[in-house]
Design a protein around this ligand. Structure first.
Ligand code: DGY
Length: 308
């Protein structure tokens, strides 16, 4: 069987890249652009959630049939332009939920118990002449979840044994026992901690703005969704003034985070968009993306298709 040609946008690293190379002939965009014959053979794009694909790119590959992202989020893919050209877009929901929720819990607990400072406190030898400041219980808190999809629900299930009161906001109320609020603003007013689990994209851009942050005054923010969901300038102001007690962030408006006031604020825990980044999970995500590619390129139905 002829090995199909893909353009790969984004880095997979080893051992994942070898998995791709065993099944497909993989070109970088530069290699494909340098050779018109090669560009003509490209039938698929394989990408990751942290990459942006411009609509113009789609016209460079006349045989393109599928864009497969190894990730659940597809806010970096021009889905409408792809649909207009008959190009299928696939993603990998489900297989990363556990890893993302585990990091969400780690960030929440790490923030409340100030684990990063505790680590530095012991390492630097400060423990021998000072006592570490008191921190905050999760138990007894009112926790608001923004976006009760698979990941939001996974967070709620993991939070239940901690003895917290869980509420949520989502596009619509769900048949669950948690209290529903019709907006992040009304939810924030009733929450001590807000956990963002919704999808990125235009619909949720700056869903958490200055007003929501004011409503969360004295509380905590955890973002395992997308950086674009939060107005980061407003977040920095709230953290600097102390009106927000702390934030734990795995995602940022610009990634990788470079010059940002967030880096020098003491009341934030920063993580380099690593929620799904375990070997088991990234392997399962890539397996699903490759299976999607094989299915579509063989004229079949992919495991998970992104619908408009
Ligand atoms: C996703 O799949 O969208 C996640 O952000 C990857 O970590």
């Amino acid at each position: 069987m002829r090995v199909k040609t893909l353009v790969k946008i984004g880095d997979f690293g080893e051992p994942l890249q070898s998995m791709v190379d065993r099944e497909f002939h993989c070109l970088s965009p530069a290699e494909a652009f340098a050779d018109t014959m090669a560009a003509g053979r490209v039938e698929g794009i394989l990408t990751r959630s942290n990459c942006k694909i411009s609509p113009d790119l789609l016209d460079r590959f006349p045989a393109l049939r599928i864009i497969a992202t190894s990730g659940v989020g597809y806010d970096g893919i021009p889905v409408r332009d792809a649909a207009a050209r008959g190009i299928v877009v696939t993603n990998t929901p489900g297989v990363l939920d556990n890893a993302v929720c585990e990091l969400g819990m780690a960030l929440l607990l790490g923030l409340l118990r100030d684990i990063p400072h505790g680590d530095r406190f012991v390492r630097n030898g400060d423990w021998t002449n000072a006592s570490f400041p008191l921190t905050t219980n999760l138990h007894g808190m009112r926790v608001g979840i923004v976006g009760l999809g698979r990941i939001g629900e996974g967070m709620a299930r993991r939070l239940e044994p901690f003895g917290v009161k869980i509420a949520y906001t989502s596009r619509a109320a769900r048949a669950v026992s948690y209290e529903y609020f019709d907006s992040p603003l009304t939810l924030a007013r009733q929450s001590d901690a807000l956990i963002l689990c919704c999808a990125g994209g235009e619909e949720t851009h700056h869903l958490v703005d200055e007003r929501v942050l004011d409503a969360l005054s004295g509380g905590w923010l955890i973002n395992i969704a997308r950086g674009s969901v939060v107005d980061e300038a407003a977040l920095c102001r709230a953290l600097r003034s102390g009106s927000l007690r702390g934030a734990a962030l795995d995602v940022f408006e610009e990634e990788p985070l470079s010059a940002s006031p967030l880096r020098s604020l003491p009341n934030v825990v920063l993580s380099p968009h690593r929620a799904s980044a375990t070997l088991q999970t990234r392997s399962a995500m890539l397996r699903m993306a490759l299976d999607n590619l094989h299915a579509v390129l063989a004229g079949g139905t992919p495991l998970s298709i992104v619908k408009l």
